[in-house]
Design a protein around this ligand. Sequence first.
Ligand code: RIB
Ligand code: CA
Length: 325
Amino acid sequence: MASEETLIVDCDTGIDDALALLYLLGDPGVRIGAVTTVFGNTDPGTAALNTLRVLELVGRSDIPVAVGAEHNRRGSRHLAPDVHGADGLGNTDLPAPRTSPIAEPAAELIVRMARENPGTVHLLAVGPLTNLAAALQLEPELPRLVKHVTIMGGAMLHPGNVTPVAEANISNDPEAARIVLRAGWPVTLVPLDATMTEAITEEQRRRLAEFGSPVTTFTAAILDLYLDFYAQHAFGERKAACHDPLAAAIAVGDVEPLLAPVVPVDVETGDGPARGMTIADLRGQYRGFPESGAAAVRVVLETDRAFGDRLVDRLCSDVPNLGAA
Ligand code: RIB
Ligand code: CA
């Protein structure tokens, strides 16, 4: 990660969001300026409490957490208790955190921090894009103030995970996704094409449990339900996709994608069966960009499939706060 860069993580914490935060917090070279929460895996208030729990676990309660959108731009939402548990953390029913979210709303925090730190804020969005779209509405200059936006979302050649063609973060607010992709800032999109091939396995979960630090005990516990879900609905064995931690690792430059063309990407916002579909014009690699109005986005299609081990190595590392108790 570039030394002057500050991350704002916008998330719907969530099991894999929690893993992404811990992955980042395990690198002393990564500066997280704030975490903002949005509906998605759970409601944004619960996502904020879960974020505060994670921060407390690693002694980083100094990082402000701001609550954002309760629902999408149409006033609806779809939560995912079947994937992430009723509490968003695998039904682990952890005690309430000692700290509270700040009063400032998520979108306002994003705008304020971007204004205060022009050219150095990197937005890492791993939930529905409602907060980012709201921030763009508050400050039309935001694309000039922000250095980069990395988004976990979309499904290009891979099937969707909530509909045959739509991925959860985009499907939860397609209108917001279209606004964010078209805003004219540099965007890296990390879709299911990459994240579904980067798995964490039951064997790795056991390694975390056996390591026995507060952080690895926590991660092994929250992964239990997540691995069940993926075994039943996706992989037929106990392993799960590393969606948000992979996007985090790409954002800070730890994972260098093997295939990541810059191509036009658009989002279907109609009400038919394709609602929430992300359409990447991969012909652009060969034919140049058509005049479609779609934004040119760097789309990560392939990584080296070794991230599960890197994630577990990081969580079992002797970095202060993550190491054995
Ligand atoms: O589709 C996967 C994404 O949806 C991840 O960000 C997960 O945490 C959920 O938000
Ligand atoms: Ca997420």
